[in-house]
Design a protein around this ligand. Structure first.
Ligand SMILES: O=C1O[C@H](COP(=O)(O)O)[C@@H](O)[C@H](O)[C@H]1O
Length: 435
């Protein structure tokens, strides 16, 4: 049986941006055609680009017609017909407010900030000038701030516009099936929870190696780098999901509190730990197909910035459950092979338990053998799941200000060590993984 569609309103700030069009519009269509619980979203795009509603609709139609899976022509017409566009400069809050406020009709609205971090404060000023109707929410993609203090300032500015509970700092990895699989493994049918501790697990590795280069994103990536893009934004939160105590209560607040506690107990690395326990690198021109370009030749890159495209962070856990267990987090672009994986190695002495548990976006392997016990039922892509959660006010996967602060605590300490020059930034040919 299909539920009646739920209607909601979303304003996308930065709607003409490539990622906003390519990810959000298909997500809106996937939610519209959900077989059980459809969502009917009216979307108002705001962008400095001089797009008319007509142009926004044409662009969206084009994206939907190329989407995989392709929505039905009926859904394409419906979704496109519910798009409106406001062309306004986000740094001029008065202009945004005068054009946007009349379109909202005083209805609760999800304001989705799809803008680079440098415009996040401007976006908040614009939403403040619009005057978010009661029940509205604001969504920020990562990175939230560029370090701990800037994240705290952003939270301060945001909570002058909406309460903290209406702020959704989203990390699409938490909406990813990999997160469900991980939790499913702990307390699902194979129930590894009894061996999920320092007595049984010998090491934890979280690896996000990508063969793709930075490419068209280089100008903005250059101000962020792999540590902030991947470790701060995603991998520490995945680590928290691996190591947290599963809360007895199933409500969102208990879940977020458990994740926070897992982050809180992560050690802050001092200069010696940074020098000895982290690696940073970037790709130089390689030889394989599509790898003939080094990072510094990417458009918009300033070579003197020493931006890393590869990062590895080794640490040792210290909570009661995990004390002494080594962890390695690693992410890189232009690597030899694509590896997206959470790997736990168990002591060989655990009777009946696998020696290697691999949790990946599309499957779980126990000692290399596929295990299929935790595939999410709706098969929605992470962006669609995230949008649905925000619209329905489900905050389990939204990152709190405290969690963001803990992630920055670790990352800021690493950056501070790197600023002292140790370890040095190493180059590796694109298409090969650093030694
Ligand atoms: O958010 C990000 O994630 C992607 C990797 O995510 P995936 O779902 O494609 O595996 C990464 O390429 C990007 O740099 C980062 O910003």
């Amino acid at each position: 049986m299909t539920d009646a569609p739920v209607d909601a309103q979303v304003v996308v700030l930065g709607a003409a941006g490539d990622l906003a069009v390519r990810h959000l519009v298909p997500a809106v269509a996937r939610l519209a055609e959900h077989p059980v619980a459809p969502l009917r979203l009216r979307v108002v795009g705001v962008d400095v680009a001089p797009w008319t509603t007509q142009q926004y609709r044409l662009r969206a139609r084009d994206v939907l017609q190329r989407a995989s899976p392709r929505p039905s022509p009926l859904v394409v017409d419906e979704v496109v017909g519910r798009l409106d566009m406001v062309s306004a400069d986000i740094t001029r809050p008065g202009d945004v407010a005068s054009l946007l406020a009349p379109l909202l009709g005083g209805r609760a609205t999800v304001f989705y900030v799809a803008l680079p971090p440098s415009l996040h404060l401007a976006a908040l000023a614009a939403v403040g000038a619009v005057g978010p109707p009661p029940g509205s929410r604001i969504v920020f993609e990562k990175p939230f701030g560029h370090d701990g203090p800037s994240a705290a300032r952003l939270t301060g500015a945001a909570t002058r516009v909406v309460p903290e509970r209406a702020l959704y700092r989203v990390d699409h990895f938490l909406h990813h099936p990999i997160s469900d699989r991980l939790v499913g493994l702990r307390h699902g049918p194979v129930a590894l929870e009894p061996v999920w501790d320092r007595h049984h697990v010998e090491s934890i590795e979280i690896t996000w190696d990508e063969t793709g280069l930075v490419g068209a994103r280089a100008a903005s990536y250059d101000t962020v780098g792999a540590l902030r893009d991947m470790v701060q934004g995603h991998l520490l939160l995945l680590l928290a999901l691996v190591t947290m105590e599963l809360p007895a209560a199933t409500d969102d607040a208990s879940w977020r509190a458990a994740r926070l506690e897992a982050l809180r107990v992560l050690p802050t690395p001092g200069p010696a730990e940074v020098a000895g326990g982290t690696r940073r690198g970037r790709y130089a021109a390689g030889t394989g197909p599509g790898a003939a370009r080094g990072y510094t030749e990417e458009p918009g890159v300033r070579p003197t910035r020493e931006t890393e495209t590869f990062v590895e962070v080794a640490t040792t856990l210290r909570s009661a459950r995990w004390r002494g267990v080594p962890v390695v987090l690693r992410a890189g672009k232009a690597m030899q092979t694509d590896v997206r994986r959470i790997r736990l190695r168990l002591a060989p002495t655990v009777p009946g338990a696998p020696a290697v548990v691999d949790v990946m976006p599309d499957r779980v392997l126990l000692d290399g053998v596929p295990w299929d016990g935790s595939v999410p039922a709706d098969h929605l892509p992470p962006t669609a799941r995230m949008l649905r959660d925000v619209v329905l006010g489900r905050s389990r996967h939204a990152v709190t200000d405290d969690e963001v602060g803990e992630c920055w605590r670790v990352v800021d300490a690493i950056r501070s060590g790197w600023r002292r020059g140790s370890p040095a930034l190493l180059e590796h040919p694109a298409g090969t993984s650093p030694p």
